[in-house]
Design a protein around this ligand. Structure first.
Ligand code: PMP
Length: 361
């Protein structure tokens, strides 16, 4: 294996090489403390300042203010948010609206049913989630509306979020977090597992509108209450220290790129290169998303003429140092995940391989 391959895994996923190398240095000697970031107390000055900086940088990148919003770094994965959101915000006599656009959205929807009434305000399950609905039947006075901005398994992305008025809008942004410019201020709660766009596995970023949390349920376990973590500035218990450190480095990296505008431009370009290769292949490669406006810029899913060819494609690609192209086990086919850190060169290498593979097979 060479020192670095082109990594198309869906998450954990590729990180910028310079961030990996910086993280490696901090792993040995964190801020000149003579201790690695894995060894330093989370109550020590250098750690706390790094932690705060990561939170502030994240808010700054999103154009949000610390007066209105707070960033928590929690454990339990994005999957824990499937229950933590309704734990805090859905009572038995209330209804929450869920937009069901993929396997992960469906899991969130299922979990919420344990807490109150749940309405599927839109669903594309009838077509195996091959598009993102744009029409929603929202419940007046709902507790909140839950959306999933990018559907990792099927390769769709939401471009038109529901207009919810006074009803709080929640979004699972795990697989496209900080990949594009958005009006982040329209959301009352955003959560994202770090392991795709902003760092390693082990930490989930939760961005909350403080005024909404003031209205949350109080008769819930201490660790589940967002208010517990807000009160202690996300240091109620020992945080996922090492992952947060890398997330902090990733925030600096995004700012160095020129913020979300530059990151989005790069992501647009990469996706255009890859989708053109698929669309210009005379049907050899078939994109699985039926609606062009629903295509994900993060997870590009496609099929080949047969499952045998798909297996060969994935294996031959591996030999060319293009790793992680097998589709999720629940949907099959192939998937190239091209998150923020994937380089243009990586996408070009993939496209070059796809053309050669098609010619040879
Ligand atoms: N939501 C989405 C959109 C995801 O892609 C994933 C993970 N692939 C999850 C939630 C679950 O994340 P975790 O494994 O961190 O619980």
């Amino acid at each position: 294996m060479p020192e670095r391959v082109h990594n198309f895994f869906a998450g954990p996923a590729t990180l910028p090489y310079e961030v990996v190398k910086k993280a490696a240095a901090g792993m040995v000697n964190f801020k000149d403390s003579g201790m690695s970031v894995m060894e330093v107390s989370h109550r020590s000055g250098p750690f706390e300042s790094m932690f705060k900086e990561a939170q502030n940088d994240m808010l700054g990148i999103m154009g949000l203010t610390p007066e209105e919003y707070v960033v928590l770094f929690l454990g339990g994965g994005a999957s824990m948010q499937f229950c933590q959101v309704p734990f805090n915000f859905l009572s038995q006599d209330q209804t929450a609206d869920y937009i069901v656009t993929g396997g992960w959205a469906k899991k969130a929807y299922k979990e919420a049913k344990l807490f109150g009434k749940v309405n599927a305000a839109a669903s594309s399950e009838d077509t195996n989630f091959s598009y993102v609905p744009t029409k929603f039947s929202l419940t007046p006075g709902a507790a909140y509306v839950h959306t999933t901005s990018n559907n990792t398994l099927v390769g769709t992305q939401m471009r038109h979020f529901p207009e919810t008025g006074a009803v709080p809008l929640v979004c699972d942004m795990s697989s496209d977090f900080l990949s594009r410019e958005l009006d982040y201020g329209k959301f009352s709660l955003i959560y994202a597992g770090a392991q795709k766009n902003i760092g390693p596995a082990g930490v989930t970023a939760v961005i909350l509108r403080k005024s909404w949390v003031e209205k949350a349920k109080t008769d819930i376990p201490t660790m589940m209450a967002y208010s517990t973590h807000i009160k202690e500035e996300s240091l109620f218990n020992t945080p996922p220290a090492l992952p947060v450190y890398v997330v902090g480095l990733m925030m600096k990296w995004i700012m160095e790129q020129g913020g979300l505008k530059a990151v989005e431009k790069n992501n647009d370009r990469k996706a255009a290169i890859l989708y053109s290769c698929i669309d210009d292949s005379d049907g050899y490669y078939k994109g699985t998303v039926t609606d062009p406006d629903s295509r994900s810029l993060m997870n590009v899913c496609f099929r080949l003429p047969s499952e045998e060819l798909e297996a060969k494609f994935v294996n031959d690609a591996k030999k060319a140092d293009l790793i992680g192209l097998k589709g999720h086990r629940s949907v099959g086919g192939c998937r190239a995940s091209i998150y923020n850190a994937m380089t243009i060169e990586g996408v070009e290498a993939l496209v070059d391989f796809m053309k050669k593979f098609r010619a040879a097979n």
